[in-house]
Structures are given as structure tokens and as C-alpha cells.
Design a protein around this ligand. Structure first.
Ligand SMILES: Nc1nc2c(ncn2[C@@H]2O[C@H](COP(=O)(O)OP(=O)(O)OP(=O)(O)O)[C@@H](O)[C@H]2O)c(=O)[nH]1
Length: 656
């Protein structure tokens, strides 16, 4: 959860050195020989609030950092926060804005975070609002939302890797939003860095002159002192007027255990302070503002927020469900034209989530509700499975998003869950013209017996961009075609790197496409995609029968051409993961009413304590406990015990 520093602690962070009366703090940049004057945050009043009213739009810069995954966004954010004295300079500052445990463990950014800094440039004081965004394609929704609060963005490119698929996707996202793109080459300290080559790629892909690109190392600090001056000079100040009625865009929200719902807003016109009454354009609900402030980098109250600034507002919102990302807020009795808002995040991948122990349903329900409060891009519907009992069908933006959610559920809420194989949403068009969305494979009708009623079955497609060195062109083309892809074109971004555009069924990406892409290109290919609508496809439901009984939670939907290979493969993989039990277990896969494959798990009579003759009770207990531990993630289907892996092993995989 978000740690909340009380105002005093937050400002102590800032004022840990120097005389209080001085408005400037002397700061020496990491590798810089120049002396830099970095402005300290304004003093706080008796209520612990700081006054930022002296920052009009022309002295505000709202910018983000966008890049391909791992190109160094969060590390650059650390250096900038140190450089401006927001955090004390220390070798220990590593991805300070990656606040979630899962982000720290995985070394990836999942949630965009903002931080305000005070900075002096050419004698003027500036308020700089930085938004650090995630790099992975599953979280691109976070990126597009964050860009709505910015006027400029740093496009960071790893000088050793050059431009990658998410560099291209994020550039076009920012360009499409009309943002000023400031290119920078990072990691120039690496012996493998080839800055000239990477700069050429940027020039040919984005038509940005290579001599306008800053060369930096976010790790060593080299060149970092030039970053904020470049942002100030190139990014236009926010538009708007302090004299117009208050108008603000809500672009992020989270739940804070101390103050409740926190809304991150970009103030487009006017100003707001504690005690004001604001109204949501979305619902018409009125709220009283309890606190306004900036992220510095934790919540730090201010006397007001005004035009051009990006900050948080705490009001008497009871539930995060009331905070609609993309909503426009105005002051009571001063309505304004709402801003366009955002297209809601669309779930691309669905999976069933069930408690291992049915008795934990209520506590798991509470945990899922709490976790979705801080991640509104997860869609939640109750689901009942004949095999697994009561649970939920959750919708995610991609499989990494799903995995991060599962990890947070287990680590932050101590939940013990079983997750079924991920699936994409299918559509069925019936002859009477009705269209049905299918999020659970078990609900997919038997197209064989219903063929007179079903006009067509459809699956979602994505437009994909793949970047790789030329020598992998042959195997990348083959990979796309074996995954039912349609190649559109390929172009060269320099003499040796290729950009391939193709269309792929989303279902292929959910399974093993990405792993194969990485292994076939020895890790050199990168990949990005966006949804491109539904296409008619010959789909069938594959059922799994255990000792003659169909298990709904193991059903899968797949293209007709894959039925035989996938049917055999699934039966084999299930045989590998289902433990031998006291009776034979017959595994069958079936599609269109025909059995495709059959495997048998032979019976076994096992007494785990058999070897413990002689009565060593502690050893006996240890073995029994270990067996109990192994059972934790088991689910009993009829008489057959299935481990978690069984549910994930039914993912269909292409034979390439
Ligand atoms: N040598 C070197 N390593 C760097 C530099 N900048 C970042 N790194 C390293 O690159 C890795 C990724 O850095 P991050 O800052 O987490 O990258 P990111 O772009 O924020 O990653 P995501 O948010 O997951 O997309 C870390 O191990 C950093 O220490 C640099 O200038 N030089």
C-alpha cells in the first residue's frame, strides 16, 4: 500500500540540510563540474501546508518519461529527484517511485507515479511535475492516461539496445496526444553502448535530428544535469487561466489507508483549496475538499492547487468506485464543459479465480475488492463452476497484468487461490442476429450440434509490431504464420534492424507467442500490440474428461485446425501434472462430440510414512506436513485431486 508521510516528515526529507531562511540549496550534480542551484520547496505553514501559488503556468512543466521496458525510466526519475533535493542523494535510491512490493521484486513499473520537484533555471523558479510510466505493453493504459496530464515527454532509449517495439508504440502515443517529444539516449556508460547507431535509428524512425538527442547515463548521473533544462526549454507550459472557473481532469486514483480515496488531478483552469465544494461531471455528486497537495514524492499538502499544476485532492468520497478516471470536476454552482476523458481500459484476457478452500470465499472476496480498488482496470464478475465451486471471472489487460494481480493477491492479502487458464473474449453470432460474448470457455456452445443456430464464431485480433535484427527475419516470419498471423509488411529502421507489422489472433499471444519470440531471436526481438477488432474464425470448444466426467474449469476454446495436436498435447500435459492416486485416472480430450486423445494415470498406493518404522515421530510429522503442504494447492474434482498446474497446462500451444 501507499506509505503516507505526515507533512512534517515529508518536509524533513527536504530540509535535511542548510539554513531554513535560505531559499536556495547548493547542489552539485553527480558527474557535473558545474555548480547548480536547486530551489528548495517553499516553507510550510502552521498546518504543514506548502504554498505553491507563486507558480503560474509559464513556470510549470508537466512531463513524463516513456520508454521500452528496462530502458531506465525509473532510474532517471531517481536521479532527477536527487538532483532537485526531493530525496537525499544516496547509492541506495533504486527506483524510488516503484512503490509496490511487486514492482520492487520484479524490477518493473506497473503503476504510473508522479512526483513534483522545484527547480531553478536561468534565474526563474519552476515547478516540475514528473510522471514515471510503466514500459510493458500490458500497462500501456497507464501510459496513455498519464500523458493526458503532460505537455512534454522524455523518450528514453537504451543506447546499447536501440529503439524497441515499445519505444515505437510509446512515441506514437505521445505524438498522437500532441506532446513535445524530447529524445534522450540512456546507458551511454555501457561498454556495449552504440549511441551514434541508436541516434540514427531515432532519426530514421521518428524524423528527429540525431544532433538534438541528449546522451546520458541515469546510473552514473552523466549528463543528467542537462535533462531538466532541456525539459523546461522544449516543453510548452500548460494552457489555461487562473481567472476561469475551476476545471480539473481526474487521471489516477488510489485508496490510502489514512485518508481514503485520493484523486490525482491535472488542474486545467482556476484553483482549488481545502473547504471548496467540487462536483463530478460524471455523476453530479458533490464533495467537500478536505486536503489538496502535491506528490513530493509522498502526499504533501499545499495551501492550494491552481491552473497548470498536477496534484492530489482528498474529498469525502466513500468508495473508489466514485472516482472515475477521465472525469472532469468543477466547483459547485460553476459548471464547465467536461473534458473528453478516456476510453475505458478493455480487458483482453480473462481467467477464473477460485479459493482453494471454499471456506475462504468471503475473505477472498474482500481481498479482491480491496485490490481492485487500486487497480480499476481489472474487471470482476462472480462465476460458479461445477468443478471448482464459487469464484470470480476476472478480466485483465494482458497475462503479465494477470500474473502481477495474482502475486499481489497472494503477497499483500495472503490469499490461497487457484487460477484457471487465461482465455480471450470470443463472440458468437447467431442466425437471429444476436451476438453473445463468451468470457468463460465452458459457456462456449457446442457449435457442432448447434450449427443451425450459429452463423459465425469470432475471435479478437491485434495489430503487432515486432523489431529484431535482420538475421532473424526468416524465423520471425515463420513464427507469425504458425501462430495464424497475417504479415502486413516489414521495413528497415537501419541497415540491420527490421520492423515487422502483422496481425495476430489475441489468443496466440495469451499462450506462448512471446516466449517463442524471445527464444527464436535469442532475446533480441521486442514486441508490442494493440487490439484491432474481431474476425470470423472457425472455433470449437475442447473439453477435458476425467474418468468420463467433463470438467468445466478445464474447457478451452481453440481454432479448429489445432484440435488434434492440442487435444493430444493437453492430455499428455495433464498426465504429467496429475499425481498418481489410489485408482486409475482416465484423461480424455474431446471436441465436437469426438474423443481426440486418451491418457491414463496409473493407480498408486502410497503411504508416505512407510519408511518411518522405528517410530521417529518428528520425522513422521515432517513427512505428513510436507504432504499437507503439497495438498494446499490441490482441488478435488469428483474424486480426482488436481494441482494448480493442471489448470494452466490446458493452454493451447502452437507446434512451432
Ligand atoms: N549501465 C546502466 N544501467 C542502467 C542505466 N539506467 C538504468 N540502468 C539499469 O537498467 C535496469 C532497468 O532500469 P529501470 O529504471 O528499472 O528501467 P525502467 O525503464 O523503469 O523499467 P520498467 O519500468 O519496468 O519499464 C536497472 O537494472 C538499472 O539499474 C544506465 O544509465 N546505465
Amino acid at each position: 500500500m501507499y506509505m503516507r508521510l505526515r507533512p512534517l516528515a515529508a518536509t524533513n526529507l527536504l530540509f535535511n540540510s542548510g539554513a531554513k531562511s535560505s531559499s536556495k540549496q547548493l547542489f552539485r550534480g553527480a558527474n557535473s563540474s558545474r555548480r547548480l542551484y536547486v530551489t528548495r520547496a517553499p516553507e510550510n505553514n502552521k498546518r504543514g501546508e506548502i504554498d505553491i501559488s507563486s507558480y503560474p503556468p509559464e513556470r510549470i512543466r508537466n512531463f513524463s518519461i516513456i520508454a521500452h521496458i528496462d530502458h531506465g525510466k525509473s532510474t532517471l526519475a531517481d536521479r532527477l529527484l536527487e538532483h532537485t533535493g526531493v530525496i537525499t542523494k544516496s547509492g541506495k535510491n533504486k527506483q524510488v517511485l516503484d512503490k509496490l512490493k511487486v514492482e520492487r521484486e520484479r524490477g518493473i513499473t506497473v503503476k504510473a507515479q508522479s512526483a513534483s520537484m522545484f527547480y531553478e533555471h536561468k534565474g526563474d523558479q519552476y515547478l516540475m511535475n514528473l510522471i514515471d510510466t510503466p514500459g510493458h505493453v500490458d500497462f500501456s493504459y497507464e501510459v496513455s492516461r498519464s500523458l493526458a496530464a503532460c505537455q512534454g515527454t522524455i523518450l528514453l532509449v537504451d543506447a546499447a539496445q536501440g529503439i524497441q517495439a515499445q519505444t515505437v508504440a510509446n512515441f506514437y502515443l505521445a505524438f498522437g496526444e500532441g506532446l513535445e517529444v524530447i529524445p534522450m539516449l540512456n546507458k551511454v556508460d555501457l561498454p556495449t553502448a552504440e549511441p551514434e547507431r541508436a541516434a540514427q535509428q531515432i532519426e530514421s524512425a521518428f524524423e528527429i535530428e540525431s544532433d538534438k538527442i541528449l546522451h546520458i547515463s541515469a546510473k552514473t548521473g552523466l549528463g543528467v544535469d542537462q535533462v531538466l533544462p532541456a525539459v523546461i526549454e522544449k516543453t510548452p507550459p500548460p494552457l489555461g487561466s487562473v481567472d476561469k472557473p475551476f476545471k480539473a481532469l481526474l487521471f489516477d486514483t488510489w485508496y490510502d489507508t489514512y485518508v481514503g480515496v485520493v484523486c490525482l488531478m491535472a488542474i486545467k483552469d482556476g484553483s482549488i483549496k481545502r473547504g471548496d465544494r467540487i462536483v463530478s461531471s460524471h455523476s453530479g455528486t458533490k464533495y467537500e475538499v478536505a486536503e489538496v497537495g502535491i506528490m513530493h514524492p509522498e502526499q504533501t499538502p499545499t495551501t492550494l492547487l491552481q491552473v497548470g499544476q498536477v496534484g492530489y485532492i482528498v474529498c469525502n468520497m466513500k468508495s473508489i468506485a466514485e472516482a472515475h478516471v477521465g472525469d472532469t470536476f468543477y466547483k459547485d454552482r460553476h459548471p464547465v464543459e467536461p473534458l473528453p476523458g478516456f476510453v475505458p481500459a478493455k480487458s483482453m484476457v480473462f481467467a477464473g479465480v477460485f479459493p482453494i478452500d471454499a471456506g475462504e470465499f468471503d475473505s477472498l472476496n474482500e481481498s479482491i475488492q480491496k485490490l481492485t480498488l487500486n487497480d480499476s482496470s481489472v474487471s470482476v464478475h462472480k462465476e460458479t463452476s461445477a468443478a471448482l465451486g464459487q469464484g470470480w471471472r476476472l478480466g485483465f489487460l494482458g497475462t503479465l497484468h494477470m500474473d502481477v494481480f495474482r502475486q499481489r493477491l497472494e503477497e499483500e492479502y495472503d490469499a490461497n487461490v487457484l487460477i484457471t487458464s487465461p482465455t480471450v473474449p470470443y463472440q458468437i453470432k447467431f442466425t437471429d442476429g444476436t451476438i453473445k460474448f463468451i468470457q468463460t470457455p465452458a459457456d462456449f456452445p457446442d457449435t457442432h450440434t448447434l450449427q443451425d443456430f450459429v452463423e459465425s464464431t469470432m475471435e479478437p485480433y491485434v495489430s503487432a509490431t515486432i523489431l529484431f535484427p535482420e538475421k532473424y527475419l526468416g524465423c520471425m516470419l515463420e513464427l507469425c504464420t504458425t501462430h495464424r498471423g497475417e504479415i502486413h509488411n516489414h521495413t528497415y529502421i537501419d541497415e540491420t534492424r527490421v520492423m515487422l507489422k502483422c496481425e495476430l489472433p489475441m489468443a496466440e499471444i495469451v499462450t506462448d507467442f512471446y516466449d517463442k519470440l524471445k527464444s527464436k531471436s535469442q532475446g533480441f526481438a521486442s514486441f508490442d500490440y494493440e487490439e484491432s477488432g474481431y474476425k470470423t474464425s472457425d472455433l470449437v470448444k475442447m473439453e477435458v474428461l476425467l474418468n468420463g466426467e467433463a470438467v468445466d474449469a478445464l474447457a478451452a476454446v481453440m481454432h479448429k485446425s489445432m484440435v488434434v495436436t492440442a487435444g493430444r498435447d493437453i492430455a499428455k500435459r495433464l498426465k504429467e501434472v496429475i499425481r498418481r492416486q489410489l485408482f486409475d485416472i482416465i484423461i480424455q480430450t474431446s471436441a465436437n462430440g469426438k474423443i481426440v486423445a486418451r491418457e491414463t494415470v496409473k493407480q498408486l498406493r502410497k503411504n508416505v510414512t512407510a519408511k518411518c518404522y522405528g517410530g521417529d515421530i518428528t520425522r513422521k510429522m515432517k513427512l505428513l506436513n510436507r504432504q499437507k503442504e503439497g495438498k494446499k494447492r490441490m482441488k478435488k474434482i469428483g474424486k480426482v485431486e488436481l494441482p494448480q498446474e493442471a489448470f494452466l497446462s490446458i493452454m493451447t500451444k502452437s507446434q512451432s
